[in-house]
Design a protein around this ligand. Structure first.
Ligand SMILES: Cc1cc2nc3c(=O)[nH]c(=O)nc-3n(C[C@H](O)[C@H](O)[C@H](O)COP(=O)(O)OP(=O)(O)OC[C@H]3O[C@@H](n4cnc5c(N)ncnc54)[C@H](O)[C@@H]3O)c2cc1C
Length: 361
């Protein structure tokens, strides 16, 4: 039987935010999530002051989020380093913790969550083909598969590779990083580092596929190469053990925004816009897009999808375009060096850029 209430594919921040808002208003959304257990997505886990305020609106208090307090940003290049205060209090959290909180809140509001269900394909009229051979049919689809593409829905392939490694808690490393989000720039990419709720450090990297290729396609060799280029990054990477697992995702389309959709198909989070991660706003966009989609559906049903997608493309234009400029500049050592020198004498610049890379309310 064709479902009337939205079917949400993916239980990350975007899918959960939509489910919370829909269920709160009496709808009966169902999330299909392929992971049986919530894991750590490839993500730095930086939640800005704005994202924390959005989580409050979803019924998740800053106390419940917890996390490691972050008040400053540090930028380092091959030979320069600058630091500036952030415009508001931020935190570092693991995605396992954040996603678990969001999914629990969605369930508590009355949303259905089916785990271990992989959607393989979106067919004509929103007929979903599942990994176990089953099919589900729905009038409205909320597409929230994030970094993962789905057959039947097109999104361009990017040339950026995302890498993530967890550095075990260590007092010297904790002292070094302290209450900072660190952005270490190198030719062809950057590494972001922050402490999270359990005292471990989350090291995330976005690197061009060519730079990874130069290192023989081996993330461990890449770590060694960039660690010797950028001294402060090298000091942090000395806490990385060769046995630590490195998670990777390829072809991330940084800077892409898509405004097109069809009747009844609401594209959320990374399926609608992929902000370069050095801005630390991907989770903010995911939550805001899920909430906006729920609101539009509650007012206008499946027919509201096209207007929603247009609005979201406009709302994400400034943050995504600003972040793309910063990311492209950061990849080029000469430009990155000049920008870091400017930041060291004009720390207020960090505040302006932080505001420009947030999705407008
Ligand atoms: C290197 C890197 C660092 C980043 N650092 C930060 C940061 O510090 N702060 C920040 O705010 N953002 C950061 N981001 C961006 C952020 O991770 C994303 O923008 C955010 O996760 C998008 O949320 P989402 O809900 O759209 O997708 P996701 O978080 O990717 O969630 C998608 C969900 O859908 C599920 N799923 C996928 N395919 C299927 C399927 N076929 N069937 C069923 N379920 C499926 C997945 O299991 C997952 O649970 C970073 C990104 C990268 C690449």
């Amino acid at each position: 039987m064709r479902r009337k209430d939205p079917l949400i594919i993916g239980g990350g921040p975007a899918g959960s935010a939509a489910a919370i808002m829909l269920a709160r208003s009496g709808a009966k959304p169902l999330i299909l999530e392929r992971q049986r257990e919530t894991g750590d997505a490839i993500c730095g886990g930086f939640l800005s002051w704005r994202t924390l305020a959005t989580l409050e609106q979803l019924g998740i208090s800053a106390d419940a989020v917890g996390g490691h307090p972050v008040t400053r940003v540090m930028v380092s290049t091959v030979d320069r380093c600058a630091e500036a205060p952030l415009p508001g209090g931020a935190v570092g959290v693991s995605r396992r913790h954040l996603d678990t909180l969001l999914l629990k809140t969605a369930e508590a509001q009355g949303a259905g969550v089916e785990r271990g269900i992989t959607v393989r394909e979106v067919g004509p009229n929103h007929l979903l083909r599942l990994g176990d051979g089953g099919e589900i049919d729905s009038e409205t689809l909320f597409l929230a598969t994030g970094k993962h593409d789905l057959r039947g829905i097109s999104r361009p392939k990017g040339t950026t590779v995302g890498l993530r490694v967890r550095l075990a808690p260590h007092p010297t490393l904790s002292h070094m990083v302290n209450d900072r989000i660190e952005l270490h720039l190198f030719a062809g990419g950057y590494a972001g580092l922050m402490l999270q709720e359990d005292g471990s450090a989350n090291l995330c990297m976005a690197v061009s596929k060519d730079r990874l290729k130069e290192a023989g396609g081996d993330p461990a060799s890449l770590f060694r190469a960039i660690g010797s280029e950028n001294q402060s990054l090298g000091a942090r990477l000395s806490y990385w053990q060769a046995s630590d697992a490195i998670d990777a995702i390829a072809a991330v389309p940084y800077g892409w925004r898509g405004g097109e959709t069809t009747h009844g198909l609401f594209k959320l989070g990374d399926q609608a816009a992929v902000i370069p991660s050095l801005a630390g706003e991907g989770n903010g966009i995911a939550l805001a897009s899920g909430m906006a989609a729920a609101d539009k559906w509650l007012r206008g049903g499946p027919g509201a999808a096209i207007g929603f997608q247009n609005d979201l493309a406009k709302r994400t234009a400034r943050p995504v375009n600003t972040a793309r400029l910063l990311w492209r500049g950061g990849e080029q050592p000469a430009l990155a060096g000049v920008a870091t020198s400017i930041l060291s004498v004009l720390p207020v610049l960090a505040r302006t850029l932080a505001h420009m890379t947030r999705i407008p309310h």
